[in-house]
Design a protein around this ligand. Sequence first.
Ligand SMILES: *Cc1c(COP(=O)(O)O)cnc(C)c1O
Length: 338
Amino acid sequence: MENLDWKNIGFGYRDTDYNIRCYYRNGQWGELEISSSKRIDIHMSATALHYGQEAFEGLKAFKGKDGKIRIFRMDENAKRMQSSCDGILMPKLPVEKFTEAVRRAVKMNERFVPPYESGAALYIRPLLIGTGPQIGVKPADEYLFTVFVMPVGPYFPEGFKPTNLVIMREYDRAAPQGTGKYKVGGNYAASMYEGKLAKEQGFSAVLYLDAREKKYLDECGPANFFGIKNDTYITPKSDSILPSITNKSLMVLAEEMGLKVEQRKVPYEELSEFEEVGACGTAAVISPIKGIYDSDNDKWFKYGNQEEAGEWSTKLYNKLRAIQYGEEEDKHGWVEIV
Ligand SMILES: *Cc1c(COP(=O)(O)O)cnc(C)c1O
């Protein structure tokens, strides 16, 4: 793959050589299969298509300076997919099937893992869909689990630069007792409309408030939210946000760096008290935020010097990336070398 411009490939679908598949039929999961087809043959009455019975995951593999390929915390993704399975009545995929499929997908597409110097990575997309036909609203009796991969460019090809978020109270991503805590496609369909509006207006994402009272911060479209003040890393606790593995990791690193960590309800008013804020997720690790616009009250919250990310966000970002690329000791056993 010597002729790919790794640094500028961005985040988009790309073909690679192989994908891994596993079928659930007659009440049990089958063996992992290797495929080089990009297509799946699916019944037109599959539950995934009509009723959104599908869940996905997203994680990355990184090539280190030492040439070794590392996958970050895939057991956590496996467990989160199990939680999604429980949430929308799909048969639970064994953790070991998940991790073995991820390992194989990476290994078999090794030539697509970007080189260390590029800052790019191999994005891994596990997907579980209800394939069995139903027309009544009930779970399918057949499922397909697949893992495919693609190289993606560095999230910040021009440097670690802060962006703006927007609050729009007329839209919700997930209901208070709904499926917000599961990584399912339906949540994404529900967020596309306002996501597009936000982008058209120059914002990187919507910052959602809790849907019930609009008093507390929830999360940003596809990433968790955190704020830092008085040497404390603060991130919302809510039943309608997706438990981010990046956030979970940052909380551990923040504590090691001497910050206090609080996961609790975060009232809207606290936005005026934070010294730094950021969005976190696999795609960017941390996406630093320089401003939040409350569109309903025409009010801005501004952070830092408007040019660069804050000190703690930068430290946390560098630390987590260093672990992922094998430059820093992996004290917590977060990476697996394949
Ligand atoms: C996937 C996802 C995140 C980020 O989770 P990571 O495990 O850190 O990648 C955050 N919010 C939502 C809604 C997501 O779907």
